[in-house]
Every structure is written in structure tokens, then in C-alpha cells.
Design a protein around this ligand. Sequence first.
Ligand code: NAP
Length: 294
Amino acid sequence: MKARILDGAALAARIREEIKQGVKELHASRGIIPGLATVLIGNNPASVTYVRNKRKACEEVGMRSFGYELPAGASEAEVIALIETLGARADVHGILVQLPLPPHMDADRVLSAIPLHKDVDGFNPINLGMLGVKGKQAPFAPCTPQGCIELLLRNDIPICGRRAVVLGRSAVVGLPLALMLLARDATVTVCHSRTTNLASVTREAEILIAAIGKPRFVTADMVRPGAVVIDVGINRIEDPKHPKGYRLVGDVDFDEVSEVASAITPVPGGVGPMTVAMLLRNTLIAAQRQSERG
Ligand code: NAP
């Protein structure tokens, strides 16, 4: 079997077009341009690139982006004061604090300072906690898990009643994703570094999601024939033939697994572009809700 490719790049481009239209409509009806403020602390090269890409994506759909950069040695109090200032601004509808934070900061305290209605990354611990409360709708779900769910929905892959296995339990991907699948009535198993007989668990999955940060960890023998495989991992591996000296691979051995699975996301071009699209969508929704509140 050769798996269907779930093309996240193409889907994200369609979603960005929808958002562009939504931005135009909000401007025409209420005179509001959605604004996203990014807060970057330090100069971690990956974080610098992520923030640059998110700001560019905002501008491409007609949103405003406000970039704030603080040195790695900034105090937690300074960061929180900045977030509070942004929280009070009418032209800032969403606030994103790029993770990871420097080790001297308490991420929970910093992220808790983001007002829930502007928490477009969905990482305020209250927002995350609400994902686990049955019947409660969190104001915003985190973007990467939301991107995975959207990829399934827009490719007509049913979730309700299916056996889903999530590899990884981080607060940013694995755990919220497991809760979101559960909320959509999948039967969910979460695996982590202490899981025993991992392959026997993953082979039960009708939907298998890998978010562990280990290059090509999931091999064909770990996948049930016909499963849908979503690869969240982004890992650099050395490649002397590549101009940059490295290339990106996922947590799934794509070549092997695409022979067994019924559908699979590539890396790059799978979940990654969906994450940015979901951030833009959350920012538009935040601006729409704030305009309705007046
Ligand atoms: P993380 O915080 O390092 O968490 C990794 C998780 O994987 C942990 O729960 C860990 O278990 C589990 N794990 C590690 N080794 C394992 C093993 N051998 N077997 C089973 N589970 C194992 O990573 P993360 O932030 O969730 O990111 C995961 C991957 O997704 C990374 O490659 C990251 O770059 C990528 N990512 C992509 C996007 C995107 O937009 N596409 C966004 C965010 C992250 P323990 O809890 O027991 O330690």
C-alpha cells in the first residue's frame, strides 16, 4: 500500500486565504485590523526563525504584527510587565511568548500573565487545563495540536470512536492533543519514555501521532496496516549533500511507514505549516471576539 500524503503546506495555504478574507471583512465591518504581539527573549536561533516566520505570516494575511525582543538576561518581572502592557492595548488582539524561556524564568508564571482572551498560542495554564474539563470550551487550543486535528478533519478522516495513540506527553503537543482527541470521542492512549512494549501499543492505533523529537523513530513494524500517521516531529539530521549541511526529518521513518499506512503527513510540509495557520486563525478569532465585546 502506498499512503495518501496529507499535504499540510497546501491545506495551510487554503486556510491562510480564508483568514485573509476574514481579516478584510473585519476591517470593512468594524474598522479593526487584527494585531499579534510576539515576545522573544534571548536569541535562540530556532526561536528567532520561528518568530520571524510567524510575523511574516501575519503580515501576509493583512494582520498587524508587533515584535518585542528582550535580552536573555531580562528579569521575569520585566517580561510580565511587558505582557501586562500588551494585554491592555486595544490594537493587540493576540499575545505570543516564544518558548522556550531562559532557565531563570518560570514559564507557568510568565504564561499566566497572558489574558485568556488574548492567549492565541493557548499556553496559559488555565487555557491548557480547560482542555481537560468535559463540556468546557477553552478560549484557545494550542496551535500544533489544533493543526493536527484540522489536518484530520479537512481530509475527512473520522476521529470519533477510533483508537488513537499519541507518542509524547509534553504540555505543548502530546498532552493537549490527547485531550483534544478525547473531546472528539476517540479512544486515546498516551505513550512516553517509560512506556513498555511500545510497538505493541502503537500497532493498535488507527490514528498514530508521533511527537517525541527523535528522528525516524517510528518504523513500519510499529504501524498497523492502514493506519493514519501524523508526524509532528521536526529534527535536524546532518546531510553533507544539502547546501545547509543538514535537513529536516520527522519522528516517523516516512519511506518505510508510507508503505504501510493509509495516510501520512510529510516533514517538512505536514504539521509545521498548519501550526502557523492555526496561530493566524486564533488571532483573527481573538480580534472578532474583542470587537464584539466593544
Ligand atoms: P518534548 O517536550 O521533548 O517532549 C517529548 C515527549 O516525547 C516526552 O513526553 C517524552 O516522554 C516522549 N518521548 C521521548 N522519547 C521517547 C521514546 N523513546 N518513546 C516514547 N516517548 C518518548 O518535545 P515536544 O516539544 O513535545 O516536541 C516533540 C517534537 O515535535 C519535536 O521534534 C519538536 O521539534 C516537534 N514540534 C513540532 C511542532 C510543529 O509545528 N510541527 C511544534 C512543536 C514541536 P517523557 O515525558 O517520559 O519524557
